[in-house]
Design a binder for this molecule. Structure first.
Ligand code: UDP
Ligand code: MG
Length: 320
């Protein structure tokens, strides 16, 4: 059985238009890297177009390609997780998007740094060729996340990265259900380095991320790597309680020493609204974390594989 030094993991969701160009670019890479044995793990994330058929035909005819077919659309991060779990590369694994926004041609440069002793070589996106609204959203998100997260997540780094075998082994062991891989990768540590890369335009088709999915990814990034929301609400609650105690003291002093009447409804109403607001907010934030505990404790498999093609033949997984 062939053993591979390097794996390239590519998640694909409805990428039939980009697929031929992707494979061509990968073949070109193979041609320039003949001294290394490279495999490609193509993960079909429940595509509804011809992507699975394309992967199947390729993986059955060329043993350098593995086809991993998920049971349904599980999302980009999960597809990457599945790919990492199947990657056999003994030295390193490259993760890249299937729409060729990440250039496989960067591989030699990444690999050179791996040999210098780096464990993670990730792309820092230079100029995104996207709409200004999306660019602004990304810009703000990464900067906010950097301010509030408890680990250092590099600015503008995406999932395009070369990782050493030991990093991939650790990621594969990390059981968390809501996966924000670029944060998890950063959390693992060792020597990591960012390389500026142009982010090309999507080869074909539309972004497979809906605004909601993108928002959820940002959400996971913030709630999985920051305690600030909870801390903030706790502090806010603390301060408000202090303020109300001072207020109460003032009222008592007025009443007993100056025999004045307490203020009427407006202040009362204000206090009620203020405190219910704070309570709701706190509950929401606590709920956010409880939700995460809930999902994590279910201990579900991170992905479900329908079929798997390896070494040019079908391997059936998850069969009763
Ligand atoms: N993708 C996936 N599952 C999804 C959404 C996207 O596997 O549910 C893949 C997609 O085919 C592509 C990569 O993830 O290879 C990045 O997706 P996309 O280009 O849509 O994201 P964007 O570049 O817009 O952030
Ligand atoms: Mg893309």
């Amino acid at each position: 059985m062939a053993s591979f030094q390097v794996s390239i993991v590519v998640p694909l969701y409805n990428e039939q238009e980009s697929f031929p160009i992707l494979i061509q670019r990968l073949y070109d890479l193979f041609a320039t890297q003949q001294n290394k044995s490279i495999e490609v793990v193509l993960v079909d994330d429940g595509s509804k177009d011809a992507t699975p058929q394309l992967i199947q035909a390729l993986a059955l005819s060329d043993t350098r390609f593995q086809g991993v077919f998920l049971s349904r659309n599980h999302g980009h991060q999960t597809a990457l997780t599945a790919g990492l779990a199947h990657a056999q590369g003994t030295e390193a694994v490259l993760t890249m998007d299937g729409d060729l926004q990440d250039s496989p041609e960067m591989f030699p440069q990444f690999y050179a740094l791996l040999q210098e002793g780096y464990d993670v070589i990730y792309a820092i996106r230079q100029n995104r060729k996207e709409t200004w609204t999306k660019r602004l959203a990304y810009y703000l998100f990464y900067r906010i996340l950097r301010q509030i997260s408890y680990i250092e997540i590099p600015l503008d780094s995406g999932d395009f990265a070369l990782m050493s075998r030991r990093i991939v082994d650790i990621l594969n062991q990390m059981p968390e259900e809501s996966r924000y891989l670029r944060g998890m990768r950063s959390w693992v540590g060792f020597r990591q380095i960012g390389i500026p890369c142009e982010r090309a335009e999507r080869q074909a088709g539309d972004s497979k991320y809906s605004f909601r999915q993108l928002f959820n990814l940002a959400y996971d990034g913030i709630f999985n790597f920051s305690e600030l929301p909870v801390k903030f609400v706790t502090r806010l609650g603390f301060v408000t309680v202090l303020v109300s105690l001072v207020f109460l003291l003032g009222v008592l002093i007025k009443k007993f020493f100056f025999k004045e009447v307490i203020e009427g409804y407006p202040s009362l109403l204000l206090a009620i609204i203020l405190f219910s607001g704070i309570q709701l907010l706190s509950l929401g934030v606590i709920g956010e974390y409880v939700l995460r505990i809930f999902f994590q404790t279910k201990n579900r498999p991170l992905f479900i594989t329908k079929h798997h093609i390896k070494n040019g033949q079908y391997i059936h997984e998850n069969k009763p």
